[in-house]
Ligand binder design. Structure first.
Ligand code: HEM
Length: 155
């Protein structure tokens, strides 16, 4: 196998692995873990303690995935003749990629805010925390939709 092919395969593998870790983790948290915790522990402090422990473990994986997606994504970008630079809108490929970057930055800001304010209590805070989780699931799904367009366009 040509070394370039091997590097491209490895970068795509890692990019996909970081994607399932972050976006898959968000979807599992919102649609599986949180509803199940509320069902088993009820609306009281035990659900909050359990979810705080889950979020603390998951945030390590999320931070690693953020950096991994940015690094592998940049290397994947440089491979394409249509890539005209970061935050460039000079080609359809770069336009799709730049929108993807802007949405990823919004996801990073939301994730950082959620984990830095996780300790604060109160019903309003919990509601906001859940709303931010739903926001990041939505942004992640839109990024994947954009990526489908990006890969189809690049093919
Ligand atoms: C939340 C963040 C991100 C997610 C969920 C994501 C997800 C994906 C997925 C699933 C693919 C398809 C890989 C395949 O073909 O199997 C992909 C491709 C790609 N991503 Fe990302 N990505 C993210 C961030 C980034 C960033 C930050 C960059 C650039 C710095 C980037 C650049 C690319 C490029 C260039 C491709 C390949 C397109 C092609 O086939 O030519 N991605 N991304």
């Amino acid at each position: 196998m040509h070394p370039h092919t091997f590097v491209f395969a490895l970068m795509t593998f890692l990019h996909d692995l970081f994607t399932v870790t972050w976006i898959g983790g968000l979807i599992a948290m919102g649609l599986v873990t949180l509803p199940a915790a509320k069902k088993v522990f009820g609306p009281g402090p035990q659900t909050k303690q359990f979810m705080h422990a889950v979020q603390k473990r998951q945030s390590v994986l999320v931070y690693v995935s953020m950096v991994g997606l940015a690094l592998t994504g940049f290397l994947l970008s440089k491979r394409s003749p249509d890539f005209t630079g970061l935050f460039s809108f000079a080609s359809t490929f770069s336009l799709l990629l730049s929108i993807k970057h802007i949405l990823m930055l919004a996801m990073v800001a939301t994730a950082l805010y959620r984990s830095l304010s996780a300790k604060q209590g109160g019903a309003a805070r919990e509601k906001l925390n859940f709303a931010l989780l739903v926001l990041n699931i939505g942004l992640g799904v839109v990024i994947l939709l954009l990526t489908g367009l990006l890969v189809a366009y690049a093919a």
